[in-house]
Design a protein around this ligand. Structure first.
Ligand code: XUL
Ligand code: CO
Length: 443
C-alpha cells in the first residue's frame, strides 16, 4: 500500500535541477569539513506537524488533504505509521520525533491511553527494524487536553502533577523501547497567566522535583538518552518558566540539574523571546549545553509561533556556524518543528516543505564551513580582543590583578585607542560567502 504513490524517492540532482522533487543542495553522502552532510545535519521529521496537523487555526477548521482522512481513532493512527515510514524513506531522513498523543489517540482513562500507545509503539518498533529512520526524541504532550489548563508539573493541583509524572514515565519507557537518542521537555503550560493566583516559588520548586524524579526513573530503567529542555517565553501560556536558554540555565543550576540536561533550541522560540536564533544557540554552546535544534522560522511581523519551514539562508548559515563550532550536535539533530501553511494543503506540499528546509540547511552548512575554514570572523575577533593576550589584559584574564593595579594602569594612560567594530564590513563579507556559494553551485 502506497500513500504518496505519485512521488518517488527524493534524490540529489544538484543546484541546476528543475525537478521540484529533488534535492538541489542536500547531498547526504557529500563530505563537508570531514563529515557527510547526513552525519552533521541529522534531520528529523516532526510527527505532529506532518502526520497529525490538520491545518486548523483559531479562525478556521482543517484544510489538509491527507490519505488517512477517511479514518479515525486507532485505524487512523496505524495508517499514519505506515504513511510516515513511506514518507521517511522517500525523503531519506535519518530521524523522526513525536509526542505521545501524536502517535496514538488518548483513551477515556490513562490505562486505555497506555494500551493505545503500547500497540502503536510495537508497530513503530516493527517498522524501525527495516527502516534506516531512528527516533531522535519523543516527549509527552502535557498541554493540549483540558486537564492541563493550569499547568502540568507546575499545576496547583497535586493530582495533575501525578498525571503528568505518569505520562512522562510512560514516555521514558517508550523512549527506551524505541531507542530514542534524547527525551524532550517543552513546558507549554508550565508558567502562569497572572501572578495574582500563582505561587511561583512552589511551582518552580515542583518543576525541579519533577525533573529529578524523571532522571531517577530514566536511571532505574536504563534509559541513557540525553534529557533536553526546550525554552519558549510564551504561547500558549502568557509567561513560560523556561523563557529562554539563559533563564533555563539558571533554573537548571539552581535545582542542581545542569549536569543532566541540555537545550533543544528552537528558532521561532528564540525570536519570540526577543533573541536571534544564533544568540540562543551561542548561549547554549558557550555553556556546553547545546543539545539539539528545532529547525523552523518565525515571521517577524507576527508576535506568535508560526513554525514555518526554514528557508532564510542567513539564519541557517549562522545556525550551522554555531553548530560547527559546537563540534556538531552530538546525539541531537535538526528536527523540522515546522508546518506547511494552511493554504499548502496537498500532500505533495509536505515534500516541497522538507526539501526546502533540508536544502536551506545544506547551504547553511556549506557556507558556515567555508567561513570557518577561512577563519573569517575568528581572525577578526582574535585581533579585536588582542589586548587581553598581553600586559594588563593578560593579568586580568589570569586573575592576577586587582582594582589598585588597574587604577594605577588607568592613571598612567595618555592615549586610549579604540578600533572600529567593522559591523557593516563583516556583514558584507557574509554576503560575499553566501553569494560565492550560490554562484559556484550554478556554474
Ligand atoms: C511548541 C513546540 C513543541 C515542542 C515539543 O512550540 O515547539 O512542539 O517542540 O513539545
Ligand atoms: Co519545538
Amino acid at each position: 500500500m502506497s500513500y504518496f504513490s505519485a512521488i518517488s524517492k527524493i534524490q540529489f540532482e544538484g543546484p541546476s535541477s528543475t525537478n521540484p522533487f529533488a534535492f538541489k543542495h542536500y547531498n547526504p553522502d557529500e563530505k563537508i569539513g570531514g563529515k557527510t552532510m547526513e552525519e552533521t545535519l541529522r534531520f528529523a521529521v516532526a510527527y505532529w506537524h506532518t502526520f497529525t496537523f490538520e491545518g486548523n487555526d483559531s479562525f478556521g477548521v482543517g484544510t489538509m488533504l491527507r490519505p488517512w482522512d477517511h479514518l479515525s481513532g486507532m485505524d487512523q493512527a496505524k495508517v499514519r505509521v505506515e504513511a510516515a515510514f513511506e514518507f521517511f524513506e522517500k525523503l531519506d531522513v535519518p530521524y523522526f520525533c513525536f509526542h505521545d498523543v501524536d502517535i496514538a489517540p488518548e483513551g477515556n482513562t490513562l490505562a486505555e491511553t497506555y494500551k493505545n500507545l503500547d500497540e502503536i509503539v510495537a508497530m513503530l518498533k516493527e517498522y524501525m527494524k527495516t527502516s534506516k529512520t531512528k527516533l531522535l526524541w519523543n516527549t509527552a504532550n502535557n498541554f493540549t487536553n483540558p486537564r492541563w489548563l493550569h499547568g502540568a508539573a507546575t499545576a496547583p493541583n497535586a493530582d495533575i502533577f501525578a498525571y503528568a509524572a505518569a505520562k512522562v514515565k510512560k514516555g521514558l519507557e517508550m523512549a527506551k523501547e524505541l531507542g530514542a537518542e534524547n527525551y524532550v521537555f517543552w513546558g507549554g503550560r508550565e508558567g502562569y497567566e497572572t501572578l495574582l493566583n500563582t505561587d511561583m516559588k512552589l511551582e518552580l520548586d515542583n518543576l525541579g522535583r519533577f525533573f529529578h524524579m524523571a532522571l531517577d526513573y530514566a536511571k532505574e530503567i536504563g534509559f541513557t538518552g540525553q534529557f533536553l529542555i526546550e525554552p519558549k517565553p510564551k504561547e500558549p501560556t502568557k509567561h513560560q518558566y523556561d523563557f529562554d536558554v539563559a533563564t533555563g540555565l539558571a533554573f537548571l543550576q539552581k535545582y542542581d540539574l545542569a549536569d543532566h540536561f541540555k537545550f533543544n533550541v528552537e528558532a521561532n522560540h528564540a525570536t519570540l523571546a526577543g533573541h536571534t536564533f544564533e544568540h540562543e544557540l551561542r548561549t547554549a554552546r558557550i555553556n556546553g549545553m547545546l543539545g539539539s535544534v528545532d529547525a523552523n522560522q518565525g515571521d517577524m511581523l507576527l508576535g506568535w509561533d508560526t513554525d514555518e519551514f526554514p528557508t532564510d539562508l542567513y539564519s541557517t548559515t549562522l545556525a550551522m556556524y554555531e553548530i560547527l563550532l559546537n563540534g556538531g550536535l552530538g546525539s541531537g539533530g535538526l528536527n523540522f518543528d515546522a508546518k506547511v501553511r494552511r493554504g499548502s494543503f496537498e500532500a505533495e506540499d509536505l515534500f516541497h516543505a522538507h526539501i526546502a528546509g533540508m536544502d536551506s540547511f545544506a547551504i547553511g552548512l556549506k557556507v558556515a564551513n567555508r567561513l570557518l575554514e577561512d577563519k573569517v570572523f575568528e581572525d577578526f575577533i582574535a585581533e579585536r580582543y588582542e589586548s587581553y593576550t598581553k600586559g594588563i589584559g593578560l593579568e586580568i584574564v589570569q586573575g592576577k590583578t586587582n582594582f589598585h593595579q588597574l587604577e594605577q594602569h588607568a592613571l598612567s594612560l595618555r592615549d586610549i585607542r579604540n578600533t572600529s567594530g567593522r559591523h557593516e564590513r563583516l556583514r558584507a563579507i557574509l554576503n560575499q560567502y553566501l553569494l560565492a556559494e550560490q554562484l559556484s553551485s550554478v556554474q
